[in-house]
Write a protein that binds this ligand. Structure first.
Ligand code: C2E
Ligand code: CA
Ligand code: CA
Length: 511
């Protein structure tokens, strides 16, 4: 054995040392594991059920799919919890309502895909500004909320608002072009500006005040701003409930009349909402709220489904009614719109040619290329398309020519003046000529007097709709009206296609 080589005694010592190190390491690992388990268990008891994800890591149910920010619902939960904590610890909260200035023109000129890309970038920028306990959510199209939960005072909330404004002002690149945006911000402080239930509405009111003062600024809430905002927020909450529970919503139907023969040619479905306390709320009020708060997809789907259900019920009673359904511009952006419509047609075995979708001229032209794609897919499933409120938007004639529409509706504002003002008459004449040249049939809406009726008929208008013939009415009244049991003074005759001659359509299936 050379002097450099370890003796057998030394081998034993080295082996023993290795064993001791291994034992020590396994004890250490076991201890670390136990510590982690106890921390996990404590965390598990920290929050009340139901098991919600940690606030800084929302799961899919609480994420806005476009921006990856929290959803409005998740923010409302967080706000409720934050208010309870703030109350218990005598701390403050701030809520910032952020609305982009001038987002719509970007959407209009660059198209939805670019608009979406821009919103995603806004989302990234906002997300990068939140601190650990803050929650940032997307409220609606281009509206965001930021909940500051680190005991802010109004000076620090204003500072955050300024930082947000500056960050969102950094130019964006949209479709290879530089775009600049600003934003308006409304701020509420808790507890200074009211109870939890009013905070979002009041932040919204303060945001609108900032916008009305020219935008690109922030405003704190004050009592003078409190008139309409709470009403809007309450209505969106009630509307959400109505849609979820399918209560209080009803389709009314307004007849369309053949201008030449006076026959009934079909009916337009118009949505009505019977509010439990406010009574009937106008669609002119609640449709914009549904659009703004992301409810229009579900609402529009309910409308299509219920109209198909009604058409089927009428078919079963021997009435083959053509029904027109209004589509919102927001529905045109829904990726599964055509599939959902097809599902309703199939569910109720409704022949697609009995259904017309009305899209306003301004909606159709907002992203003309995207509209064209959707319209082509809709016409492939066999439904008709109608351009609504024509004359109020800016049509590109080249797109109008390409749209697979079959009908054009002259806006009520021109019809109203057609018997009084020469320019309205000239516009109506020109629109009818244009429509006929494009192979479209023309409906005049809002016909209220016989003078209007006779001018429109002389000018070659194909169909008329308006209070002169009938107001929108519940489905059962339309059936009585159509079958002659309820005879208003101006009840027209019926277009031969309205009643089934041989009930062939009664078992019709969708194409
Ligand atoms: P619209 O599509 O232009 O519908 C025509 C509106 O004019 C209806 O108002 C109808 O009641 C009213 N009207 C019809 N004839 C006359 C008339 O002779 N004189 C006057 N003064 N008004 C007349 P309504 O039902 O209040 O609906 C307002 C708007 O709400 C609709 O305008 C449409 O844009 C929207 N809307 C209604 N239902 C739906 C729906 O189911 N989905 C969507 N997306 N929008 C809807
Ligand atoms: Ca319409
Ligand atoms: Ca219209």
């Amino acid at each position: 054995m050379s002097p450099d080589q370890p003796s057998s005694m030394q081998w034993w010592w080295m082996l023993a040392a290795l064993v001791v190190v291994a034992v020590l390491m396994s004890i250490l690992r076991a201890w670390l594991d136990a510590r982690q388990r106890s921390a996990d268990a404590q965390q598990g008891h920290g929050r009340a059920p139901p098991p919600v994800p940690a606030p800084d890591k929302p799961t899919n149910q609480v994420l806005d799919p476009l921006t990856g920010l929290s959803t409005r619902l998740w923010l409302e939960d967080q706000l409720a919890a934050a208010v309870m904590r703030a109350e218990a610890r005598q701390r403050h909260l701030a809520l910032l309502y952020i609305d982009l200035d001038g987002f719509k023109p970007v959407n209009d000129s660059f198209g939805y895909a670019s608009g979406d890309a821009l919103l995603r970038e806004v989302g990234h920028r906002l997300a990068s500004m939140g601190r650990g306990t803050d929650t940032i959510a997307r409220m609606g199209a281009d509206e965001f909320l930021m909940l500051l939960d680190g005991d802010p005072d109004s000076a620090s909330a204003a500072l955050v608002a300024d930082r947000v404004r500056h960050k969102l002002q950094i130019p964006y690149v949209v479709a290879g072009r530089e775009v600049r945006l600003s934003c308006s911000i409304g701020i509420v402080m808790y507890p200074e500006h009211g109870p939890r239930a009013k905070l979002i509405a009041r932040a919204d009111a303060a945001m609108l005040a900032a916008k009305h003062s020219g935008g690109n600024m922030h405003c704190f809430f004050d009592a003078s701003m409190d008139h309409d905002a709470q009403g809007t927020i309450d209505l969106q909450r009630d509307l959400r409930r109505a849609i979820e529970s399918h209560t209080g919503l009803e389709l009314y139907y307004q007849p369309k009349i053949d201008g030449r023969t006076g026959d009934l040619t079909g009916a337009e479905a118009l949505l009505r909402w019977h509010h439990p306390e406010r009574g009937m709320v106008s669609p002119a009020v609640f449709i914009p709220i549904a659009e703004r708060f992301g409810l229009i997809g579900a609402l529009g789907q309910w409308v299509t489904d219920d109209a198909c259900r009604q058409v089927r019920a009428w078919l079963d009673q021997g009435l083959s009614m053509h029904v027109a359904i209004n589509l919102s511009v927001h529905q045109l952006r829904q990726s599964d719109l055509v599939e959902k419509i097809q599902e309703s047609l199939t569910r109720y075995r409704v022949p697609a040619e009995l259904i017309t979708f009305e899209v306003t001229e301004s909606a159709a032209m907002e992203d003309a290329k995207a509209s064209l794609r959707i319209f082509e897919r809709l016409s492939q499933i066999g439904v008709h398309l109608s351009i609504d409120d024509f004359g109020t938007g800016y049509s590109s004639l080249s797109y109008l020519r390409k749209l697979p529409a079959t009908q054009l509706k002259i806006d009520r504002s021109f019809v109203q003046d057609v018997d009084k003002e020469e320019d309205a008459k000239a516009i109506v004449r020109a629109v009818i000529k244009l429509a006929h040249a494009l192979g479209l049939s023309v409906v005049a809406e809002g016909v209220e007097t016989e003078a209007q009726q006779s001018i429109l008929m002389r000018q070659g208008c194909n169909e008329l709709q308006g209070f002169l013939f009938a107001k929108p009415m519940p489905a059962k009244n339309l059936f009585l009206w159509a079958s002659g049991d309820e005879l208003p003074s101006r009840r027209p005759n019926f277009h031969p296609s309205v009643f089934n001659k041989d009930d062939a359509d009664a078992s019709g299936t969708s194409s």
